[in-house]
Design a protein around this ligand. Sequence first.
Ligand SMILES: NC(=O)c1ccc[n+]([C@@H]2O[C@H](COP(=O)([O-])OP(=O)(O)OC[C@H]3O[C@@H](n4cnc5c(N)ncnc54)[C@H](OP(=O)(O)O)[C@@H]3O)[C@@H](O)[C@H]2O)c1
Length: 340
Amino acid sequence: MSETETPEALTSTQPALVVTRPGGREVLQVQDRPVPEPGPGEVLVEVAAAGVNFIDVYQREGVYPMETPFVLGKEGAGTVRVLGDGVEGVSPGDRVAWAMTQGTTAGWATLPAGSLVPVPDEVELETAAAAMLQGMTAHFLVTDCAPIGEGSVALVHAAAGGVGQLLVQMVVARGGHVVATAGSEEKCAIARSRGAAETIDYTAEDDLEGAIAEAAARLGAPDGVDVAYDGVGAATFDASLAALRPRGVLVLFGGASGQVPPFDIQRLNAGGSLYLTRPTLAHYIARREELLRRGQEVLAAVASGELDVAVDGRYPMTEAAEAYAALEGRTSTGKLLLVP
Ligand SMILES: NC(=O)c1ccc[n+]([C@@H]2O[C@H](COP(=O)([O-])OP(=O)(O)OC[C@H]3O[C@@H](n4cnc5c(N)ncnc54)[C@H](OP(=O)(O)O)[C@@H]3O)[C@@H](O)[C@H]2O)c1
């Protein structure tokens, strides 16, 4: 370690949220673990809040295989306390946030200095933790995957969810129009409050494809939507494909309802020379300058009030299973946080 701000704040052990083996929420345990030491190029951060995300569920269940036991969590915000050797551009006391860095749902975490984004003074650390992973995801979807411009018409599934509420706001902020789906009338009302022009409760709809087509036509897209942003996956994939205009783009970015099975690529031809991509945030923040630009744009939009991050629940780490139950059981709207 080369520089320490408050060594007295450090204890020898700290609580961390551990996945003991692949499985359901019963495999989650809060364990006392040694406080990690930052290696060269790393910093030790005191974690203020950690984000609850679907990728944690995929890792816990083994959909994304991980060697167990492992510390869960890929998102958070906190205060830099100790610098490892060779770290430049970060100082003890700095307020920072991160996403897609493994093992950070803990009291303290070591992170590569290059994975940190500075948090503006106006943004609370908890809000920053809530904004990073879902916010940068919504950001790369609307700016790079299928860019939204003035008059674009987009289909957004699960629009009252964490990514969904941010995605609706970002599409509308760029002059686009949103056909939103969500799992209840209350959730549809949340999507409308975020700017969705049309909403469909897909749990109450017998003809989802027809309802989406009618909604798109009302928004001036009688041939179908320009882009479908689909994080629900198995349950909505067919409707998303059917919703597109010729040469439209299906962005499948998750599988909250289950992973989409292999499909016949000729369906892209028959549907009208369609495009399909299955992106992940890691590839859209892989370069340091892209991470900084994307993270800073999201946090600046939060600071200015242009982007509102809805924190739906704060849980102590010992109640992590309840937080994941809410996410997996479709009862959450917006972001859930774990507070070490
Ligand atoms: N590719 C990436 O880099 C990336 C990054 C972040 C997130 N994601 C993906 O984005 C999606 C949304 O993530 P999030 O964290 O913002 O979650 P979320 O949207 O807050 O929660 C998931 C929502 O999906 C809907 N859903 C539909 N069927 C479901 C089912 N069978 N089980 C559970 N949920 C179901 C529910 O909303 P309704 O009740 O309204 O249907 C639920 O609230 C996930 O698929 C996640 O993997 C991808």
